[in-house]
Design a protein around this ligand. Structure first.
Ligand code: C5P
Length: 252
């Protein structure tokens, strides 16, 4: 069998050419990185959990009319996605202060924000993904004003969907990051949710205890990362209730 062509390898995922034009195979690695890859480890089972959780979130979004790149899961670590041109922005939505917002503005972590706040960072690892404003985005042509209106609306819809889903299983959605892709349907351009939505890119806190169930467990050395991600999967019904938390046993 011919070797498939690798298109790109990032910190947590590898992209391969898909079986049909316009498709890509997204492979989830077990590698965990933080602080722009200054902290690194391999966490067994993380890729399997993120593949399954991202499938779960993106499928739900597709069903409620929020377009995503997700087409289907192929196996434990791979999913088929629609090829798209990535807008060079990390779109962050925050409901509660945490992380860089708390540091930057001196707001205590966990403080509820008056309304969801959307931030944009320019996707450039070399620069550490700096925060930018609409002005930079327009002036440097990273996205048009129409794109920015659509991105804001998509980000807030994802926030409402994810917040409600998490609330239903006793988890507070503190913040998250999404990436946006451009696809072309004939002469028309559309924006869709791309990359992944997983505990790697969200802050998820248990509503009762405040326990962190996201990548901060790795960033801040708070315990076992796969236990935390497995707990999220278990609560969402992505894993059987009886499954041991350390070994990700996934339902098809
Ligand atoms: O670090 P910061 O507080 O800005 O992160 C906000 C949210 O965006 C967190 O949920 C974090 O996991 C996510 N994020 C990400 N990838 C980045 C930066 C932030 O997934 N490069």
């Amino acid at each position: 069998m011919a070797r498939r062509k690798k298109i790109y390898e990032g910190k947590a995922k590898i992209l391969y050419e898909g079986p049909e034009p316009g498709t890509i195979v997204q492979y989830f690695k077990d590698d965990a990185t933080a602080f722009n890859a200054e902290k690194k480890d391999v966490i067994e089972g993380k890729g399997v959990l993120n593949n399954r959780l991202s499938e779960f979130f993106m499928t739900g979004l597709n069903h409620i009319g929020v377009p995503t790149h997700f087409l289907k899961r192929l196996n434990m670590r791979e999913q088929l996605v629609r090829a798209c041109e990535i807008v060079p922005l990390e779109v962050i939505v925050r409901n509660f202060a945490a992380g860089t917002m708390s540091k930057r503005l001196g707001i205590e972590e966990g403080t509820q924000l008056p309304r969801p706040i959307v931030e944009y960072c320019y996707k450039d690892d070399g620069l550490g993904d700096p925060l930018v404003t609409d002005e930079h985005i327009a002036a440097f042509g990273w996205a048009s004003q129409q794109d920015m209106d659509d991105i804001l609306s998509l980000a807030l819809r994802v926030n409402d969907y994810m917040s409600g889903l998490m609330y239903g299983v006793g988890i507070k959605l503190v913040d998250f990051k999404i990436e946006i892709g451009r696809v072309y349907d004939g002469d028309f351009q559309r924006l869709i949710i791309a990359d992944e939505i997983s505990p790697d890119s969200c802050r998820l806190w248990d509503m009762e205890s405040g326990q962190k169930l996201d990548k901060d467990v790795f960033r801040r050395d708070l315990g076992n990362l796969t236990d935390a991600y497995s707990e999220v999967a278990r609560r969402l019904g992505v894993m059987p209730k009886s499954a041991p938390v350390t070994k990700p046993t996934l339902i098809n």
